[in-house]
Design a protein around this ligand. Structure first.
Ligand SMILES: Nc1nc2c(c(=O)[nH]1)N[C@H]1C(S)=C(S)[C@@H](COP(=O)(O)OP(=O)(O)OC[C@H]3O[C@@H](n4cnc5c(=O)[nH]c(N)nc54)[C@H](O)[C@@H]3O)O[C@H]1N2
Ligand SMILES: Nc1nc2c(c(=O)[nH]1)N[C@H]1C(S)=C(S)[C@@H](COP(=O)(O)OP(=O)(O)OC[C@H]3O[C@@H](n4cnc5c(=O)[nH]c(N)nc54)[C@H](O)[C@@H]3O)O[C@H]1N2
Ligand code: SF4
Ligand SMILES: [Mo]
Length: 668
């Protein structure tokens, strides 16, 4: 039967799942699915190992040892709920709802699993609100500024492109169903350029690699923009007709001469000139920006400056052209009915998830006294891990974790509650890249006493004094109906009923309709080129004590920390590793396989160093995110910081400077 892959991945695949006697026996990429085209990634081809993992949590567990020890005893749901519900009510009475903090992200991207009953519960409780910024916040902000919303061209039009710029994006690893579309574009004559500090698998496949200094994308985009304007190669008619703010843009871009841009980015002036010329001449031009550019101090400025290039080149004139960063805006669900912000009786504070470390350690008038984690593994994935773990060790913090696996975070819980997996529940799925909405019906019962996120929050709500409230009694079917309860033309005719007959439906936006000209047009001149009100980008030299730039992008066979406990998927990297350029390793006097100590102002980790041609001089790479338990209780997020990017409160994971020193020799 048709199922949907729930993981945080651009592709949101359709899967064919076969079951026998109530157990799933085969999972494969769905044939005939317009995006999946009959193949899944290696991770999901081996999904039975995740589904039936020996470490899967199937009963409620109560902590019996010290915090973080991972010692638990099985308990009943009734005992768990009585204890947690009682404690939450005590906290509420004594300290108010703000003392409770939810922490979740996209471990399961189903609409119901990600944001429905959970949001209702925390609204009704008056809990602190969580700003869910860890992944896309800066880009979302910049796209809204320039275009009004986060909508890109339909990825199914990629083959029509004459030029594709993969800017801080590594689809051969993170978006594998884009690869056949890019391949087709190449066969039809498209040129592909990859802008990435690393030599990635994507760069191997398509060539055209420009190895940029990390964090300098704003300079590159402004340098290209100035050159286009100065040399008269920009689409002046398009800008005049459709854009506002050109003069302000010109002022901001003007300091970025080719020479200065080359110096900041490490890309030769000739190559920048050549790139600009291609962008002006080859149509349709598709800017395919990834999230890699916006995990930096100047993320917003970078995404703004790249977005402006889509306007200066007039790329939006052509179907198949424009700027594809995300397509989340293509799904105007009825979020208010689903998440019920009207249940909020007060206006509680908001805590940025990137600053969980501070939030848990903050003294002052309103400490966090209860933390409820689901769909996320912050002990491994949140920045400034030292602070996060210190907070999770607090004896006076009630930590409740709803999980499928005994993750690093679950190890610190007072209570671990068993979570169902996607094929064991009903859910609705959108995508942040393609334009299909999909229904995933329950294929089998969850094992043991595991329950879906919606059922977990129904139970928690009843145990916390909301028994009888209608908002916590809606069934999953009812939640799907409510999400789809809209008369928005893009969702016309898409209902639970039609999805049950036809579970993969495209939103009703014509693929050839050009975003912001033909659809989602906000005004006569829809494009805003005015600079974001942020500090201008300027290159910073490496600090003397921390001379190496460290980036920690996505690994092929895991999704952040998910799949990190499937041994076969980590066989190429059995131990946590950092990769450097040969010349850099020589300068440090370390040999491949040596253990090194990597240190930043936040903390340190010890890993094995390998030499890799993918790393460029001065830039080390460690693919994220390993389980802490693989690295003596710590991973690379010991090194990353809680600092926020320039807009949207986004992350700065890739603006990390480190020192690296050899520890001992590995085997020869
Ligand atoms: N296999 C796999 N797929 C995944 C994930 C995974 O972990 N594994 N994660 C999923 C999630 S949560 C997300 S958000 C997406 C992320 O997927 P992408 O959007 O592709 O983003 P990243 O992997 O963060 O980074 C992409 C590239 O940006 C480069 N980069 C780093 N710093 C800079 C810079 O300053 N400038 C430029 N131009 N490039 C830079 C990195 O080297 C990397 O190759 O992928 C999703 N898909
Ligand atoms: N150093 C570094 N750190 C990073 C990044 C980076 O590039 N570098 N990337 C960041 C990015 S882009 C992201 S998106 C975050 C992601 O960070 P997280 O939000 O922590 O995502 P995952 O590591 O995938 O963990 C998701 C967890 O949800 C659980 N889960 C899955 N399905 C369900 C369900 O239905 N119910 C419940 N209750 N649980 C479920 C999984 O078992 C898994 O443990 O990491 C960030 N951290
Ligand atoms: S992880 Fe991504 S590529 Fe793999 S099956 Fe899921 S959606 Fe498809
Ligand atoms: Mo992400």
């Amino acid at each position: 039967m048709h199922q949907v892959c729930p993981h945080d991945c651009y592709d949101t695949c359709g899967l064919t799942v076969e079951q026998e006697h109530g157990r799933i026996v085969r999972i494969a990429g769905e044939k005939g699915h317009p995006i999946t085209q009959g193949f899944a990634c290696l991770k999901v081809n081996r999904y039975l190992e995740r589904l039936n993992h020996p470490g899967r949590i199937v009963h409620p567990l109560r902590r019996t040892g010290p915090k973080g020890s991972g010692q638990f005893a099985q308990a009943s749901w009734a005992d768990a709920l009585a204890d947690i519900g009682g404690k939450l009510q005590d906290i509420l009475r004594a300290h108010g709802g703000e003392a409770v903090l939810p922490y979740s992200f996209s471990g399961n991207m189903g609409v119901l699993s990600e944001a429905s009953m959970d949001r209702r519960f925390f609204h009704a409780l008056g809990a602190s609100r969580l700003a869910r910024t860890i992944c896309t916040a800066s880009a979302d902000h910049a796209l809204r500024w320039v275009y009004g919303m986060g909508l890109g061209p339909d990825p199914e039009t990629i083959p029509e492109a004459g030029m594709v710029i993969l800017w801080g994006s590594n689809p051969a690893v993170t978006n594998i169903h884009e690869v056949p579309l890019l391949d087709k574009a190449v066969r039809q004559g498209a040129e592909i350029v990859v802008i990435d500090p690393l030599g990635t698998e994507t760069a191997d496949r398509y060539g055209g690699h420009l190895a940029i200094n990390p964090g300098s994308d704003a300079a590159l985009a402004l340098g290209i923009g100035r050159h286009l304007v100065e040399s008269g190669q920009y689409d002046a008619d398009f800008v005049r007709l459709y854009a506002r703010g050109f003069e302000h843009y010109r002022q901001r871009a003007w300091p970025w001469t080719l020479e200065r841009t080359a110096e900041a980015t490490g890309i030769p002036g000739r190559a920048i000139e050549h790139l600009a010329q291609g962008m002006a001449r080859r149509a349709p031009l598709l800017l395919r920006t990834g999230y890699g550019v916006q995990r930096q101090v100047h993320s917003g400025e970078s995404v703004w400056a790249i977005s402006v290039l889509s306007v200066l080149t007039g790329s939006h004139r052509h179907p198949g052209g424009g700027h594809l960063l995300g397509n989340g805006g293509a799904f105007p669900l009825n979020w208010d009915r689903l998440t019920r912000p009207d249940l909020l009786v007060s206006s509680p504070r908001t805590i940025n998830m990137l600053q969980l470390g501070n939030a848990l350690n903050q003294e002052g008038s309103q400490p966090v006294r209860a933390l409820v984690v689901y769909n996320s593994n912050p002990a491994a994935t949140a920045p400034d891990q030292g602070q996060v773990l210190a907070g999770l060790m607090r004896e006076d913090l009630l930590t409740v974790v709803h999980e499928q696996m005994m993750t690093d975070t679950a190890c610190y819980a007072d209570w671990v509650l068993p979570a169902a997996m996607a094929f064991e529940t009903l859910d609705l799925h959108t995508s942040y890249w393609h334009r299909y909405i999909q229904l995933s019906e329950k294929a089998v019962e969850p094992p043991g006493e595991a329950v879906s996120n919606t059922e977990f929050f129904r139970r928690l709500a009843r145990a916390s004094g909301f028994s009888g409230a209608s908002w916590c009694e809606d069934s999953d079917e009812e939640l799907v109906r409510q999400a789809l309860d809209t008369d928005h033309p893009w969702l016309q005719g898409i209902t639970l009923g039609t999805l049950q007959r036809e579970p993969v439906q495209k939103v009703r936006i014509d693929s050839r309709a050009r975003p912001f000209l033909d659809v989602a047009r906000s005004s006569e001149r829809p494009f805003c080129l005015d600079p974001l009100p942020v500090p201008e980008y300027f290159p910073v030299p490496a600090p003397a004590e921390y001379p190496w730039a460290l980036i920690t992008p996505a690994r092929k066979n895991t999704i952040k920390s998910s799949f990190g406990n499937i041994p076969g998927l980590l066989s190429r990297e059995p131990e946590p590793a950092i990769y450097m350029h040969q010349g850099d390793a020589d300068r440090l006097g370390v040999r491949p396989g040596d253990m090194v100590r990597v240190e930043s102002p936040e903390g340190f980790v010890e890993m094995r160093l390998w030499v890799s041609a993918r790393a460029r001089p001065g830039v080390a790479v460690s693919y994220a995110v390993r389980w802490n338990s693989d690295g003596g209780g710590r991973n690379v997020n010991q090194l990353t910081s809680q600092s926020l990017s320039d807009v949207g409160g986004g992350s700065t994971f890739y603006s990390t400077w480190v020192s690296i020193t050899g520890m001992e020799s590995g085997e020869d």
